[in-house]
Design a protein around this ligand. Structure first.
Ligand code: PAF
Length: 285
């Protein structure tokens, strides 16, 4: 596996592969890789001739400096995992390489999408995601770029970015990988104690049970209310939001007939670690 830290060098490497008519897949990450990332890479390896992965803890998407500071780093383990799953080239730029103008970097406004759910609790987060993903798509120019369904609103933001800026890369979403307990895999899980991980597994259990009840005919609002009550009763969970939304716009829905794609999404703190999860309730296009 090639390891590259400069944009010029990466472009040069990828141009030579494109000249051999190889298709390119990109898996953007912030490192601290787990089975969920491995699935993204495997999907790219299955679909493309060459797989590029980036590892960059992007400072512009962290609205909380403490969260940025505590973001787990384990480069050697990450490189081992990437080699094992067949990644061809890993791009590990410095902050200066990605942001030579530092704080003068542009921002992106995603409109209503950034006022809802994650956007409401993490001001500026999606602008930072949008800027870094635009840069990576521009530098790598992949045929396909792979993102996890766990970050559902991020997916919606990136789909909008690619559509509105006429970026040619196709965005592929890959299902969430879960621990045996149901807890969605996340780099942040590394910060949970064993006990906290057990508590955190309730997040999935509760949204899965709301999904089942709603699909069996329970009203959306009543399912949501009882799930909130249940989560708020569990010691160690501090719920930030729990909503049933249109998966493409993130706006709340009250009836399953209101949108083709509907999901249940939540964010909660467990032991000071902010976790998110979601499940599709229905997915028709
Ligand atoms: O999902 C992530 O890990 C990040 O938000 C991404 C897409 C790599 C951008 O920094």
């Amino acid at each position: 596996m090639e390891i590259i830290d400069s944009i010029v060098e990466l472009r040069h490497y990828l141009d030579s592969k494109r000249a051999e008519r190889m298709s390119i897949g990109l898996v953007p990450t912030m490192g601290a890789l787990h089975e969920g990332h491995a699935e993204l890479v495997k999907e790219s390896v299955r679909s493309c001739d060459l797989t590029a992965c980036s590892i960059f803890v992007n400072p512009t998407q962290f609205n909380n400096p403490d969260d940025l500071l505590k973001y787990p780093k384990q480069l050697e383990k990450d490189l081992e995992l990437l080699t094992m799953v067949g990644c061809d080239v890993v791009f590990i730029p410095s902050v200066d390489e990605m942001y030579p103008d530092q704080e003068k970097t542009i921002t992106i406004n995603f409109g209503q999408l950034e006022n809802l759910l994650e956007g409401a609790f993490r001001p500026g987060h999606f602008s930072g995601v949008g800027v870094v993903v635009s840069k990576l798509l521009n530098v790598v120019q992949p045929d396909l770029a792979f993102f996890g369904q766990k970050d559902l609103q991020q997916l919606a933001v990136i789909r909008k970015l690619v559509k509105d800026l006429n970026i040619q890369s196709k965005i592929v979403s890959v299902p969430t990988v879960r621990e045996k307990s149901g807890l969605a895999m996340s780099s942040r899980n590394l910060r949970l104690s064993e006990r906290e991980a057990v508590v955190a597994a309730n997040l999935y259990r509760v949204i899965d049970s709301v999904k089942t009840k709603i699909l069996a005919g329970e009203q959306v609002l009543s399912g949501l209310t009882s799930a909130k009550v249940e989560l708020e009763k569990i010691e160690g969970i501090e719920l930030e939001y729990l909503d049933i939304v249109n998966s493409d716009t993130m706006s709340k829905v009250e009836e399953l007939s209101e949108a083709l794609n509907i999901s249940i999404c939540l964010a909660a703190y467990v032991g000071g670690v902010r976790l998110i999860d979601n499940l599709y309730i229905k997915q028709e296009n």
